[in-house]
Design a protein around this ligand. Sequence first.
Ligand code: GLU
Length: 544
Amino acid sequence: MTVRTRFAPSPTGSLHIGGVRTAFYCWLFAKKSGGTFVLRIEDTDQARSTEEAAAGIQRDLRWCGLTWDEGPEVGGPEASYFQSQRLPIYNGYVEQLLASGHAYPAYETREELEALRKEGEANKTGFRYKFRPYSAEDLAKFASEGRIPVIRLKAPAHDITVKDLILGEVTVLAAELEDIVIRKADGFPTYHFAVVIDDHLMGITHILRGQEHLMNTHKHVGVYEALGWETPQHGHLPLIFNPTGSKMSKRDKAKEAREGAKKAQEERKKGGHHPEDWSWLALASGLEVGDVASFMRKEHDRIPTAEGIARVLGLSLPMIEVLDFLKGGYLPEALVNYMALLGWSPGDDRELMSFDEMVNAFTIDRVNRTAAKFDGAKLKWLNGEYIKKASAPRLLAALGQYLAVVDVPMKAATEAQLLALIDMYRDRSQTLADMEVSSRFLFVRPTTWDEKAATKVLKGDGFEKLVGCMAALVAHHGPWTAAALESSLTPIAGGNLGSIAQPLRIALSGTPVSPPIFETLAFLDRKEAITRIQNCIHHFEGGV
Ligand code: GLU
């Protein structure tokens, strides 16, 4: 059997790292078996799917190095790989199931279904929709009201047992099954239907997906049985938890932003501000007042709202989406490596593993059954290790991608400068963002100086040494390189390099920390270095 796996995201938002893990396990399993990895965009929820999200998911998967053998852009025998473009296919199978008596139209309105559900709750019987024959009058009434039916599939009359590759046997009793909707009133198939049709037509042999889908599988088995198709193998991956034990989700961003906004509102309340009035926050963030108010009432968890609020209040939101990690200065190879270890282990204590090593080591039986805890500190450490061992061209490319999505002074750096920064900072940076923050002074001339450190460093003969350095730099006519600058300045140090390095650091960066001083000087061009030293001398010449 040739293994075929698929990743089937719904484009209702950006790709989060749980999705990356699912995609990666599918990718690993396909590669390991010499099989095929398919990407399919499940965009049948018309109200929530967007083209932008679909494009973003593909971009993020590519950034992670997870390319697909069949799917959007690359094509394949079952194209299109967008479900919204496959309606005639699903409709053909709906017709077939209607004709064979497996499926039927159902006319209940939302309110009627809600009433049935409530009744079930009240009787403590629960409510599971099962075939309810209509009388001729009912049907006439529905027609006169212009009701458009959904199509439901009759549930199997027997218990369903799924042999999950990770969790073992999971049985759902016949009494628990209901007649699921397979086509909605808008003519689109439901997820439960389209997923089965496509997994079958695309020849998927192994469905690996998150445990949140475990209780959907028996519904899908009902569809496979009704169509007389063989059910593929399923494996449900462990959930990912926050360190606090809650399920990690995009909603965490909303939670955090809401908490922060509530605190800020508390402060305002003390000044007599109305607790429900969010216009100040909307105004400051450029969001609609109604959007902020409904967000605060927990009516939605939209990420742009959470991010707008966080910007105004200076909150840092949890990193969950792939883009957060790109913006945070993570290398995709570190992120993917970490995600691989979140729910799976190679069976030994290896942590840093290349894609090839992971492909070789991957087996489904070493995927954990229980939830995994996301450990941001560990990921950061791993990222630091990747930065240390990456080649300069690799880091240059990674910096290019990082700088394309953040707004920082380093954006102005030339390629030669970026290479110099890589040299200076790679061993002391766990993320590219660390590198950016620590080197920011090289792009932004200091206008203030750390007074405490300056007092310490410039008192005694520190100030004179700085003046001496400036004179030597003005007189320096060799190349502006670390080595040449070192030979011009060393005589001033009188055998104690620190005696010039620290005053120079204060002058060049405003702080007592920088990478090796001659590299730092060489990075800044002659004019800039001299201007900074002059400014510092002017500032402190009245005495420190
Ligand atoms: N479109 C579903 C989702 O994004 C796919 C689930 C599955 O893999 O079957 O959750």
